[in-house]
Design a protein around this ligand. Structure first.
Ligand code: ADP
Ligand code: MG
Length: 721
């Protein structure tokens, strides 16, 4: 039997092998050490007793001290008279009425009835603790915790101590744990035992000097008080310390990678801007926005630094990222290198290719498009052009990283919407570098990410943000509509089409409900074709089940203005640019996430016409869906939406606080709520590395050791080099 932190929890009093197995499965807790790092997600103050007359059903929890007046047993429906021989196995429900002199209240039990019936004798006083609920206009509590009321003579025997601050931790739980009798009280007991056995073996995990600098309490203090707070101040200090530690190590590991990279001299030196850049720049039909200029300067500085660029370019849809990509590619060209632009889908690659032609025209740089459907002869020619260097800029999909694609001297890779590219694919791109140094990398994403999240997800990348839309953009009016408004919507669509505009209609397509989703798309498309009959109106339908050729044909029909309406699923072709489209209709909008809705809306409002986004929903919506739709109608700012989205889906939820996409799962800190602590932790990590980039000094040995742990060996997809 292992001791200290490695002791298995089954050996703690009141746990045993069965519960231990369940705790392992449900909460991934195996040892005393794991248990100590399972933190309460909230606290309840068990010292405050509320009078029944003051209780409200919207209270998060309620504690009363009351005497049992009577109990009623119910079989399946009927009340059972309390005779001598109650058959408890036929009893489905028990109501126990209690009174504290200011009012009375019903306690309801569906389980453990026999036991409770014996315990809750009329005339006896208890402390009841639970969540009040309103039922038939009255308040009750279902399955409250029941403790003997402390006698006035001395302290409680098993009840909570009265008077003094008494915060009790509430731990994550699951249905299965509750059913197995692992109640809050059991968790608290286990934690007490774990502290008693394990705390002495827990080593401090932050160096003294950092604790001092940042005003952090020691780990022992923090662990003790996070589980059993002495008072509010101790609890706050403990939370701060534990959150700081978590965010500090996360940032330290990310920043360290960045330091290592920037210290290495492996990067292609691109000292000049070059002629191609200037030719393109001087021929631009519009001045660059301030944000575009700033970002290009940042990129330019990277490329001439002699270090490899690893930059994330973030910009809302329509912010003009393509322009930046083209100019960046031309810097590579101007220095005698090739550039590639990779897109996640064929349609997006085509679109990019088409879009950049007009900008490349004045430069005379040869470009080509390579995708899965490029013909063999074409492909051969492109391969040759890449190998002999006559093609300067290649745009394409995964086809670009096939083994038979050989570059003469690839100096820059621009990756659009990187989240769809895996590490494996990216490393294949690296191997194409034939100049001895890896190509510079610019990753572009239109998904606005809250700042704190970006810092963490891309902590080892440099981040540039285009936070300004080109001038002259008209706002998109967003309208929420339900089924009753459909006829009016059709009339509105006809008006818009009469003005020469085009319309998107998007249906959700979700894996789990794919079959039904296709059915509603097909039904929807059919209705549209009925209400908008050919040849007066032309409707194109595009979805994932079509053959590539068919898809492309339909898509082109819309993009080239031959179709008025495009009915499509959300997953495909979100990146298409059709400036003449002025209306985006999103069906079953309540089923989309905020960022998806925002992306879709970004498809309109690209031309000079006033544009609309109509969110069709059912009448019944969850509170969250309603909130999402309201937010969409209230703001067009992608970053604002992203912040809200994160707050809404934010962690701190009862079950599973995992935050999607994080390289390291956070136990106690929240990126949504602990932005200030994150900043402090990042500053501290940065200062440590500035002074000791390799963490070799004596006082940093603890940090070095911690970073060697498996969880910091980030293999995350968003990491580039
Ligand atoms: P993104 O890729 O960021 O969604 P795009 O690069 O497709 O955005 O740009 C959206 C539209 O704005 C394009 O039609 C583009 O030509 C135009 N555009 C880009 N930069 C400017 C600018 N500085 N001034 C005016 N229009 C611009
Ligand atoms: Mg784009």
């Amino acid at each position: 039997m292992a001791h200290g932190l490695d002791m298995e929890i089954q050996f703690l009093p009141g746990v045993g092998p069965k519960r231990a197995e369940l705790l392992r499965k449900e909460l991934a807790v195996e040892t005393v050490g794991d248990l100590l790092r399972l933190y309460p997600f909230r606290y309840i103050d068990k010292s405050s007793i509320v009078r029944i007359c003051d209780a409200r059903p919207d209270m998060a929890y309620l504690q009363i001290r009351a005497k049992v007046t009577r109990a009623e047993l119910y079989g399946s429906g009927e009340a059972v008279s309390e005779g001598a021989a109650v058959k408890f196995n036929t009893i489905r429900r028990m109501s126990v009425w209690v009174s504290d002199g200011t009012g009375d209240m019903e306690m309801v039990f569906f389980k453990g009835i026999k036991w409770m019936h014996e315990k809750l004798k009329p005339g006896t006083e208890f402390i009841f603790f639970g969540k009040p609920t309103a039922f038939n206009g009255r308040m009750n509590m279902v399955h409250p915790e029941v403790d003997a009321a402390p006698t006035s003579a001395g302290p409680a025997v098993s009840g909570p101590p009265m008077g003094a601050a008494c915060m009790t931790g509430v731990y994550p739980s699951t249905e299965r744990l509750k059913n197995a009798g692992v109640t809050g009280k059991v968790m608290n007991k286990m934690m007490e035992a774990a502290l008693e056995r394990g705390l002495q073996y827990t080593e401090e995990s932050l160096p003294e000097y950092i604790m001092k600098q940042c005003g952090l309490v020691p780990l022992h203090f923090a662990l003790r008080n996070i589980h059993f707070p002495k008072d509010m101040i101790s609890l706050e200090k403990s939370k701060y310390r534990l959150k700081f530690e978590e965010l500090f190590y996360l940032q330290l590991s990310l920043l360290k990678q960045k330091y290592v990279r920037s210290r290495s001299d492996q990067g292609i030196m691109m000292p000049k801007v070059g002629e191609a850049f200037n030719l393109c720049y001087n021929a631009l039909p519009f001045p660059l926005t301030g944000a575009q200029k700033r970002v290009i300067t940042e990129i330019r500085n990277d490329m001439k630094s002699g270090h490899q660029m690893n930059r994330l370019l973030q910009g809302d849809v329509g912010s003009g990222k393509t322009m930046v990509a083209v100019l960046t590619a031309l810097i590579a060209i101007g220095n005698g290198f090739q550039a590639c632009i990779m897109a996640p889908t064929e349609v997006l690659a085509q679109q990019h290719y088409k879009n950049i032609q007009k900008f490349l025209a004045p430069t005379g740089v040869r470009s080509a498009l390579l995708t899965g459907s490029s013909k063999t002869s074409e492909r051969r020619e492109i391969h040759a052009g890449l190998e002999d260097g006559s093609i300067g800029i290649i745009v394409g999909t995964h086809a670009l990283i096939e083994d038979n694609v050989i570059f003469r001297n690839l100096g820059l890779a621009i990756i659009d919407e990187q989240h769809r590219f895996g590490v494996e694919q990216r490393s294949r791109l690296w191997r194409k570098a034939s100049c001895g140094a890896p190509p510079h990398v610019l990753v572009m994403t239109a998904t606005p990410i809250p700042r704190t999240l970006a810092m963490t997800l891309y902590g080892d990348l440099d981040v540039s943000v285009i936070d300004e839309l080109p001038p002259g953009r008209k706002p998109v009016q967003t309208i929420h509509a339900t089924e009753g408004k459909r006829p009016a919507m059709y009339r509105f669509m006809k008006d818009e089409i009469a003005k020469g505009r085009q319309i998107f209609i998007v249906y959700p397509l979700i894996n789990e409900t794919e079959k039904l989703d296709y059915q509603s798309l097909e039904a929807g498309a059919e209705e549209i074709m009925q209400k908008f009959p050919f040849p007066d109106y032309k409707t194109a339908v595009v979805h994932g089940k079509q053959l590539n050729d068919v898809k492309k044909f339909n898509m082109d029909a819309f993009a080239e203005g031959r179709a008025d309406i495009l009915v499509a699923t959300s997953v495909i072709e979100v990146g298409v640019d059709v400036p003449n489209a002025s209306v985006m209709i999103i069906e079953s909008a309540e089923r989309f996430g905020l960022s998806q809705l925002h992306q879709l809306r970004g498809r309109v409002g690209r031309g000079s016409e006033k544009s609309y986004c109509i969110l069709m929903t059912g009448h019944k919506m969850s509170k969250e869906s309603r909130h999402r739709i309201e937010l969409m109608c209230a703001t067009e700012n992608g970053f604002e939406l992203a912040e809200e989205d994160m707050k809404m889906r934010g962690p701190g939820d009862l079950e599973g606080t995992q935050q999607s996409g994080l390289p390291i799962s956070l136990n106690i800190a929240s990126l949504a709520k602990d932005g200030l602590i994150l900043n402090a932790a990042r500053d501290c990590a940065d200062a440590v590395l500035k002074e000791d980039p390799t963490l070799t000094s004596d006082r940093n040995q603890m940090l070095r050791k911690e970073l060697r742990k498996e969880k910091y060996q980030v293999k995350d997809y968003s990491k580039i080099s």
